[in-house]
Design a protein around this ligand. Structure first.
Ligand code: ADP
Length: 162
């Protein structure tokens, strides 16, 4: 694993403690984890801009040399090749994640057979946690302080109730 670079792609709209748990566990396995925030707006309902989604992650990882935060546009496997990365990390929460993840993994395998997708099971504490659930809760002024970092919680409050 010495020179293996892992890429953890996603929308991170916004980053939650579930994502953070995956980043930290991946960073124990790989010497370098690149968190790649998707620039494309094909998911209609993104709440935060690309700059905002990247900046939450950069705030959290500014002192971690083995975690790099960046964004990507276009095909993930092209980004992987540009970064000389071999492994895609994805988190799996429940059966509901499986079908879509399975499809992406097989499509990427078809496009680039030398790139592997590695799935990490969600920690049980976070298996119900998603960015969209957090947005629903904050919309109705629920407490999300155990679910997202403080910078994200503040930004969510400002966005919905600012
Ligand atoms: P995407 O829209 O690409 O799925 P997300 O930002 O929602 O982007 O998620 C990025 C990755 O993180 C996905 O693999 C997703 O399954 C995983 N993930 C999201 N929330 C959790 C969680 N609570 N625990 C573990 N993995 C998670």
């Amino acid at each position: 694993m010495e020179n293996r670079i892992a890429v953890y792609p996603g929308n991170f709209d916004p980053v939650t403690n579930g994502h953070i748990d995956i980043i930290e566990r991946a960073a124990r396995i790989f010497p370098k984890v690149v968190v790649a925030v998707a620039a494309s707006r094909e998911k209609r309902s993104l709440l935060f801009s690309l700059e905002e989604r990247v900046s939450f992650l950069k705030d959290l990882y500014q002192e971690h040399t083995c975690v790099e935060i960046t964004s990507f546009n276009g095909l993930l496997i092209d980004f992987m090749k540009q970064h000389n990365a071999q492994v895609i990390i994805r988190g799996l929460r429940a059966v509901s994640d499986f079908e879509m993840e399975f499809q992406f993994a097989l499509m990427n395998q078809q496009l680039a057979g030398d790139i592997e997708t590695l799935f990490m099971m969600s920690r049980s504490t976070y298996s119900y946690l998603s960015s969209s659930a957090v947005k629903q809760v904050i919309r109705f002024k629920g407490n999300v302080s155990n679910l997202v970092p403080a910078c994200v919680e503040n930004a969510l409050w400002a966005k919905f109730h600012g």
